[in-house]
Design a binder for this molecule. Structure first.
Ligand code: 13P
Ligand code: SF4
Length: 295
C-alpha cells in the first residue's frame, strides 16, 4: 500500500482538498494542497470549491474552516488533535470580564473555542493581532486567551491591553525560554513565546511571517523558536538555507496526532466530521469575517 498515492486517488474521487498548518509533519505538508499559518488557512478556507476539506491541524482551525464553509463537509483526521491554549478561556469568563470593563472590546486569538469566538467583537491571529486591535474604536481591549501574545500587542499599541485570563499560554512556546534555546544563528521567535525571549529575537513573527522574513533575508542560518516542525516548512521552501529548531522538545502533541494513515482513513471513511451548532457558528462567523476584512 502506498499511502501518498492512495490519498491522492481519494482526493480526486471525493473532490476533496487537504489544508495543513505549518506545524504538520513533513510528509503531511507534502501531500497537502495548501500549507500555511492560521490566517492564511482561514483565508484559504473561504476560497475553496471542493466539497470536502480535510484539515491537517488542530480543532480550532478545523472549526474556523467549518464556520466559514457551513455547506461543506470539513473533516479532521483525529478526534484528539486539540489546542491546549484554547482551554484557558470559557464564555463565562468573557461575560465576567465584560461586566468588569464596560465599554472595552473583546479580541480573541483564533486559538479559542467556537463558543468563545461567538462572544468576541473580533478574532485575530498572531499575524494580524496589532492591526486588529488598532482597528477598534475602544481604548481598552480584553485580549485572550494568550497572555504572551497580549503582552506583544501591548508593546505595539497605544491601547490598554488586559489579558483575558492573566495566565493563558501555550505549553510548547512557554517552554521555549531564554535558558534552553540555542542562539547560534538568526533567532526567529513566535509571539506566543515569553517576553524575555521576544526581547532577544532578531524577528518576532507568526509562522507565515517567518516564511516571509526568510524570503527577504540574506542570512544563511536560522534558529526557529516555535513548534519543531516549522523547520520542515522552511527547509522545503528554502533548501539552500539552514534551519535549526531552537529547542528539540518544542512539540505540539495536538498537531502531531495527524498522520498519513489517519488522513487516509479520514478521506476513505469521511471521519471525523467537524460540526458547530448554528447559533454559535453564526455569531463566531461575524467575529472571524471582521478579522478577514481588517487584515
Ligand atoms: P500561526 O498563526 O503563527 O501559524 O500560529 C498558530 C499557532 O497555533 C501557534 O502555536
Ligand atoms: Fe495550540 Fe500551542 Fe499547539 Fe499552537 S503550538 S496549536 S497554541 S497547543
Amino acid at each position: 500500500m502506498n499511502l501518498q498515492k492512495d490519498i491522492e486517488r481519494l482526493k480526486k474521487e471525493k473532490n476533496a482538498v487537504i489544508l495543513a498548518h505549518n506545524y504538520q509533519r513533513a510528509e503531511v505538508q507534502e501531500i497537502a494542497d495548501f500549507v500555511g499559518d492560521s490566517l492564511e488557512l482561514a483565508r484559504k478556507a473561504t476560497k475553496i470549491s471542493a466539497q470536502i476539506i480535510v484539515f491537517a491541524g488542530v480543532d480550532f482551525m478545523a472549526e474556523t474552516a467549518k464556520i466559514l464553509n457551513p455547506e461543506k463537509k470539513v473533516l479532521i483526521p483525529s478526534k484528539i488533535a486539540s489546542c491546549e491554549m484554547a482551554r484557558f478561556l470559557s464564555p463565562e469568563m468573557i461575560d465576567e470580564y465584560r461586566r468588569k470593563y464596560p465599554g472595552a472590546k473583546v479580541v480573541l486569538y483564533v486559538n479559542s473555542t467556537a463558543a468563545c469566538k461567538a462572544k468576541a467583537d473580533i478574532t485575530c491571529t498572531s499575524a494580524n493581532a496589532v492591526r486588529v486591535v488598532n482597528s477598534l474604536d475602544a481604548d481598552t481591549i480584553l485580549f485572550g486567551p494568550d497572555a504572551n501574545l497580549a503582552s506583544y500587542v501591548a508593546r505595539h499599541t497605544e491601547k490598554r491591553i488586559i489579558p483575558l485570563p492573566p495566565n493563558g499560554h501555550c505549553y510548547v512556546h512557554t517552554n521555549l525560554n531564554v535558558e534552553n534555546v540555542r542562539r547560534d544563528g538568526l533567532l526567529l521567535v513566535h509571539p506566543e513565546c515569553p517576553p524575555e525571549l521576544q526581547d532577544i529575537a532578531d524577528a518576532i513573527a507568526s509562522t507565515g511571517g517567518m516564511v516571509k522574513f526568510v524570503a527577504n533575508s540574506d542570512a544563511k542560518r536560522f534558529i526557529v523558536a516555535t513548534e519543531r516542525d516549522m523547520v520542515s516548512r522552511l527547509r522545503h521552501d528554502f533548501p539552500d538555507r539552514e534551519f535549526v529548531p531552537a529547542w528539540e522538545n518544542a512539540i505540539c502533541l495536538g498537531m502531531k496526532q495527524i498522520t498519513l494513515e489517519r488522513i487516509y482513513r479520514s478521506l476513505k471513511d469521511e471521519v471525523y466530521e467537524v460540526t458547530v451548532p448554528e447559533d454559535i457558528a453564526k455569531k463566531a462567523r461575524i467575529a472571524i469575517e471582521r478579522m478577514l476584512e481588517v487584515s
